[in-house]
Design a protein around this ligand. Structure first.
Ligand SMILES: Cc1cc2nc3c(=O)[nH]c(=O)nc-3n(C[C@H](O)[C@H](O)[C@H](O)COP(=O)(O)OP(=O)(O)OC[C@H]3O[C@@H](n4cnc5c(N)ncnc54)[C@H](O)[C@@H]3O)c2cc1C
Length: 382
């Protein structure tokens, strides 16, 4: 029986383990490694920040995985050699037949000088909880929300953050005494979808949120509380940044990023295989031509599962990665919109937008619940 080692039990790793258990449980042994004891959806940070949901409430323990043929190990990956597929963790060593790297993206707040000292973020659980506490004592003033480097996880999430922030402060009666500015180095919010971008810009404008595309905040001066851009300084009372992202250090040290764009893992976009035999990479860490988002990591897991099945059974892999995924977007007021993206199926990417509604809010909640049911069959529903 061949062994498949999956590094990282996030969106991509969980989907892959689930698919392999369903299709190859009698043919492969799957070992799934993650340093955490639980999974959390990326968007759960919005729940912590804006809906006072405690961080413990959004964690789903890996103890509930219970897939036939899948062993979960809580270990920290410390070294990867893609030539031999040898992986070292803080507790063990592995030499699997097939290796899948799904370790996601790390944040690099220090890449923006002054940000660690004087900025807030909501892309980590701790950061979201800290910002929630800071907002509790915020009594009006200038807020700057800036995207500090591209690519970053979930392209709509900064705009969701701005709209939900506006809603939260308006509810506290701080709407008139607060000015929110959004600054992005990109030319539009969702470049692949003009409709989605137009809807987001219109929603920001309607709320009086000032949006400046095509501008990068390259540093903060913590003493004077000003953000630094090539066009000048922007004063703030509260600075919120979407931190720069990078591959985890252990992935960079492995050599897997050689040949990838801007330090991401080089993969064949059709199969998600790296240049190394029987080594795949998927999700946020991979240099596939799609945005960083859970739904694309999940779609990549489908392609990798089909590729592994073909290898195990000695057949040709026919399923090429299509880079498809539906992203729900929170607009505030309980309304959720959707962009349905398909990056690689046709001659050009397509990403139609569906306007915000309560029905889509329900669909988002149902999609999350369905994933938890599929990934954690041992979980007793609450
Ligand atoms: C605020 C916010 C909102 C978002 N909203 C959405 C959304 O609505 N829809 C959507 O599709 N996406 C959304 N995302 C993005 C989504 O969370 C990520 O793109 C997705 O999780 C990527 O999946 P992945 O499997 O590549 O990586 P991850 O899910 O990040 O999983 C990587 C795993 O690797 C583990 N790991 C890392 N290093 C090590 C190591 N050395 N040893 C052991 N384990 C390690 C981590 O613990 C983690 O569990 C959002 C993200 C944020 C921050």
């Amino acid at each position: 029986m061949r062994t498949v080692l999956i590094l990282g039990a996030g969106f991509g790793g969980l989907e892959l383990a689930t698919l392999l258990s369903r299709s190859l449980a009698d043919e492969v042994r799957v070992v799934l490694v993650d340093r955490n004891d639980s999974f959390t959806f990326g968007f759960a940070k919005l729940e912590i920040l804006f809906r006072d949901v405690p961080p413990e409430a959004v964690r789903v323990p890996y103890a509930d995985l219970a897939h036939p043929g899948v062993e979960f190990r809580r270990e920290e990956v410390t070294a990867i050699d893609p030539r031999t597929r040898r992986v070292v963790t803080d507790r063990s060593e592995y030499e699997p037949d097939i290796l899948v790297v799904a370790l996601g993206a790390d944040y690099d707040p220090a890449a923006t000088p002054g940000f660690v000292e004087d900025g807030h973020e909501y892309y980590s659980i701790d950061g979201a909880a800290r910002l929630r506490d800071r907002l509790d004592s915020f009594d009006g003033g200038d807020i700057v929300l800036a995207i500090l480097r591209v690519p970053f996880k979930c392209p709509p999430a900064p705009y969701e953050g701005a709209m939900l922030l506006h809603e939260k402060l308006a509810r506290r009666g701080l709407g008139d005494s607060t000015r929110i500015r959004m600054i992005s180095p990109m030319d539009s919010p969702i470049p692949v979808s003009a409709d989605t971008s137009a809807a987001l810009v219109e929603a920001l404008t309607r709320r009086g949120i000032e949006y400046t595309p095509g501008q990068l905040v390259h540093g903060l001066d913590p003493d004077r509380h000003v953000a630094l851009t090539r066009a000048g300084e922007i004063a703030y009372d509260l600075f919120i940044g979407i931190p720069a992202h990078r591959v985890p250090a252990v992935v960079e040290a492995s050599g897997l990023t050689v040949g990838g764009t801007d330090g991401w893992v080089a993969v064949d976009p059709g199969t998600l295989e790296t240049p190394y035999t029987n080594v795949y990479a998927l999700g946020d860490c991979a240099d596939a031509p799609v945005p960083r988002a859970g739904v694309f990591a999940e779609d990549a897991a489908r392609t990798v599962a089909a590729g592994i099945a073909a290898k195990v059974r000695g057949s040709d892999a026919t399923d090429r990665y299509r880079g498809r995924g539906a992203c729900h977007i929170e607009f505030g007021g309980g309304l959720v919109g959707k962009v349905d993206a398909d990056f690689l199926s046709g001659p050009a990417p397509r990403a139609p937008f569906t306007a915000p509604s309560v029905e889509l809010a329900r669909e988002k909640a149902e999609a999350a619940a369905a994933r938890i049911q599929r990934w954690f069959p041992g979980r007793v529903s609450e």
